[in-house]
Design a protein around this ligand. Structure first.
Ligand code: NAD
Length: 353
């Protein structure tokens, strides 16, 4: 077996239906009583339910946005400066959690996350902030939420199309962990188990989006896949999505759905062991084709054009991917990257370059 390093994460995870009602006890355990609650406008109702548990000592900021614009963080920081909050609660998907992380980075306030999508951000010490049209990621121990509560009841209303793209976002974390430069056997186990949890849950959710057991299994998958993202470095696929989201404003989860089959096909020749594991869990000789077929089966987007990408932006995207590139087992090559993005732009099936 090859030499490896495994670093466990210092977070506490509660998993179970109804567990969201324990937020007050959980925060009191660490000496916190007056939270600022962050959410996107759509999750205001869930944030109000959380606030009611604190009987008047919590406030809500409901303007979180995708890709964590620094301008929004600055608005929330003003509220922080004018009040005396001792902790943060994020109720929502990666956007709400991203805002809490951005504030924690600036203040070191403890965070409790109540995830409502499968993005997995709640278990990483990574943040991607957008400023003047570019999304930049950074890591810090201050960014990792101290407490995460997975309550599947919070995901029952997740629209089915977003359920699938958010699941693909999580699966992308697991796929890239299998060939990460600092991957290890423990993270590979989490990755395979996380992908399998989604493959079990999604066919059930397709028939009944309110099946709470399948929702819980999908959340379990999200935790495992997110833990992969939080444990090891990512590669080409995540870099492409950060460029497309940060510079071209493409929606996060659907961009992952479109790009994952293509980025995996691009990298496949350099990652035989990861491909063997993916063949096993996806039950297909060509795992990139299996992922593309899942997108088709779930009616998820398969083309960047559908998401609003301008064809004229592809050259600029390739430049940005190559500048400050994430380490990828298959080297960056301008022509091959352009080809990959053009195929993804039109919705063509992924191919090995
Ligand atoms: P999101 O948080 O923006 O949510 C998408 C939409 O779904 C929003 O309108 C939201 O209000 C709505 N929504 C969320 N939960 C819902 C529910 N249960 N029912 C109904 N509607 C619901 O989307 P996301 O994909 O979860 O997060 C994307 C953001 O997260 C991006 O900014 C991305 O960069 C970030 N992210 C960061 C990491 C990390 O580790 N740093 C990992 C993954 C994603």
């Amino acid at each position: 077996m090859n030499r490896f390093i495994f670093q466990g994460q210092p977070n506490r995870v509660l998993f179970g239906q109804g567990a969201r009602r324990e937020i007050r006890q959980e925060l009191e355990r660490i000496g916190c009583h007056t939270p600022l609650i962050l959410c996107t406008p759509g999750q205001l109702g869930m944030a109000q339910e959380a606030a009611s548990i604190f009987e008047g000592s919590a406030r809500i900021f409901s303007q979180a946005q995708m890709h964590t614009p620094v301008t929004v963080t600055e608005q929330a920081m003003q509220l922080i400066e004018e009040n005396t909050f001792d902790c943060l609660i994020a109720v929502g998907g990666g956007s709400a959690i991203g805002l809490a992380k951005a504030i924690a980075l600036r203040t070191d306030l403890p965070q409790l996350a109540l995830p409502t999508t499968y993005a997995g951000s709640e278990v990483t010490s990574v943040i991607g902030e957008t400023y003047e049209g570019q999304k930049r990621t950074q890591k810090s121990p201050k960014i990792l939420p101290e407490i995460v509560i997975y309550d599947a009841e919070l995901t029952l209303g997740l629209p089915i199309d977003f359920t699938f793209t958010s699941a693909m976002n999580a699966i992308a974390h697991a796929v890239e962990a299998l060939y990460s430069i600092n991957g290890n056997p423990v993270v590979s186990l989490l990755a395979e188990e996380g992908i399998k949890a989604f493959l079990n849950a999604l066919p059930v959710l397709m028939k009944n989006p309110e099946d709470v057991d399948a929702r819980a299994e999908a959340q379990y998958g999200a935790w495992l896949c997110g833990t992969c993202l939080g444990s090891v470095g990512m590669a080409l696929h995540h870099k492409v999505c950060h460029v497309l989201g940060g510079t071209f404003g493409l929606p996060h989860a659907p961009t992952h759905s479109v790009m994952l089959p293509h980025a995996l096909a691009y990298t496949a020749p350099a990652i035989p062991e990861a491909i063997r594991r993916l063949q096993r869990c996806l039950n297909h000789e060509e795992p990139w084709t299996a992922l593309y077929q899942l997108n088709l089966a779930w009616a998820s987007p398969t083309s960047l054009a559908q998401l609003g990408m301008p064809e004229s932006g592809i050259q600029r995207a390739v430049e940005l991917i190559e500048q400050d590139a994430y380490q990828n087992p298959q080297p960056m090559n301008t022509e091959a990257l352009t080809c990959m993005l053009l195929r993804a732009y039109t919705g063509a099936a992924p191919v090995i370059a």
